[in-house]
Design a protein around this ligand. Sequence first.
Ligand SMILES: [Fe+2]
Length: 315
Amino acid sequence: MTIYLDSHLSDAERRRRLYAGDVFLYSPRPATRALTEFARELIEEAFAPLDPQHAQHALPVERFVEIVAPLKPRFIHHPRTRELLLALLADTGVDMTQTYFDVPRMRVATSNNYLNAGVAYVLHPHRDIWYSSPPCQINWWLPVFEFESESSFAFHPQYFDQIVPNTSGDYNHYEWNRVGRAQAAKEIKADTRKQPKATVPLQLKPDVRIVCPPGGMLMFAGAHLHSTVPNTSGRSRFSIDFRTAQHDDLAAMDGAPAIDRACTGTTLFELRRASDLTPVPEELIRLYDPNPPANREGVVFTPQGAGAATSGGGM
Ligand SMILES: [Fe+2]
């Protein structure tokens, strides 16, 4: 696995290397800073007068959840968020007419087991492609505040092209969305949905963690095995992430190795084209799900939907 810092490579070459397991790291630049600074403003506003990174030490956990639960959809659906995300995509050299993206998520990883469920679910080792995303999915990840190795997430590169027996066969993306929507409606805080997991013990050390300043950015294949590091930094970690998939790679069913996925359904209904916000064409979707649900109301996540606060395969 190679880590490229501030690479000069074209988007096509970058994607080729991402699909081979390499990671692209970017120093803070105006477009990435603008998105993370906007997220920081919303976070600070929600926790005021407390410092968001230390608020967990001053608040009962129920109050912390009350603050974070509406904060996440506020960020996700804010018109300014999409504006800044599109500006970031254009700035990193992707072809906007060929690139599909989903809404960005906001994650919080609290320290010392303060909160590990629901709004702050700690992700066990997983590949995003176990959650019905296409092998060409690229993950984009940006920290909002300074963070440390002990509040980061970890790559397990030795598994990139090695089969990991897992329960993705039990995962159907539409069922996931349907249950999540029902839970959101009932205001159930803990997420009891069955997550795709490895069924064999994994060798998780040594791992690779990448620490960058706020406004820095990581790009990696959604097929990479990765996990949240149990946060022992003493501070809550806030980050944002989103996914993209490129038109020609979708059409060619190209991308990273998909050697151990058995999930059904597809996330592609959730993506929009960067240039004009049109959905992924039906003929491309059918390559990934030959029998998409006839009635998508209630089973397909829409960026306006109630399920926006939770999503499969975060970090
Ligand atoms: Fe993930």
